[in-house]
Design a protein around this ligand. Structure first.
Ligand code: PEP
Length: 241
């Protein structure tokens, strides 16, 4: 399976900083051993679209609403992402779930809406530290996947990003054995739900130092990278494992 290296910039970088980033990143991007996907802030999407014209680097939005247009103040339209040339949508990131109270049902609507437009949803799932400590990881992931994918089309592309909440932005990367175990669980849940073959990527404090071991774990098809994707050099080092 082709590897996937995705960058989540969260609420970082301006359009000028975005243009500057790609000026440097395009010079090293050929070192990547898989597909490169960028999720910049929505306000930078036009800058990304222009910077990546004619490039094989893919991009999308960090969030979009589940309807095409209308009275949804502050939301972004997936149709516009598509019009600008984006191909992916990050959906259900833990910050959207925890800070903005997104439910699994809303997330399922976003997944199916993205697919209906021909965009590829990257659905994020993951447990909190408390859920892991109470041995609820499997149960939590099963519910997030069952509901999140309940309206998804099995014949259209989809990516799952496993991101343990306790490892995001904390510097506490999951141990390779935890990644192996949890990715195997997700693989089996996806198989039971009829989404066998869907790539599963890992996210949570991935750095150039831990990427080589993590990529060797079973059912790890790549990474979703936050902090370390903000600099061209650190992101390309991770993407060339
Ligand atoms: C993320 O935001 O999806 C993420 C994985 O962040 P970080 O790599 O900084 O932990």
């Amino acid at each position: 399976m082709k590897k996937i290296f995705a960058a989540n910039w969260k609420m970082n970088k301006s359009p000028n900083e975005t243009r500057e980033f790609f000026k440097h990143f395009k010079q090293v991007s050929m070192r990547a051993t898989g597909d490169l996907i960028f999720f910049p802030p929505a306000i930078c999407l036009e800058a990304v679209s222009a910077a990546l014209q004619g490039s094989s680097i893919k991009w999308g939005a960090q969030n979009c609403f589940s309807q095409a247009f209308g009275a949804f103040t502050g939301e972004n339209s997936a149709n516009v992402v598509k019009e600008l040339g984006g191909t992916y949508l990050l959906i259900g990131h833990s910050e959207r779930r925890l800070v903005f109270n997104e439910s699994d049902v809303l997330i399922s609507d976003k997944v199916s809406f993205a697919q209906s437009l021909g965009l590829v949803p990257m659905l994020c799932v993951g447990e909190t530290l408390e859920e892991r400590e109470f041995k609820k990881t499997f149960q939590v992931l099963e519910m997030q996947l069952e509901i999140g994918l309940s309206k998804a089309d099995r014949n259209k592309p989809l990516v799952i990003a496993y991101e343990p909440v306790w490892a995001i932005g904390t510097g506490k990367v999951a141990a390779p054995v935890q990644v192996a175990e949890t990715h195997t669980d997700i693989f089996n849940i996806l198989k039971r739900l009829g989404f066998e073959g869907c790539p599963i990527i890992y996210g949570g404090s991935v750095k150039a130092e831990n990427a080589p071991l993590l990529i060797k774990q079973p059912h790890v098809s790549g990474f979703l990278v936050g902090g370390a994707s903000l600099e061209p050099q650190s992101f390309i080092e991770i993407s060339s494992v």
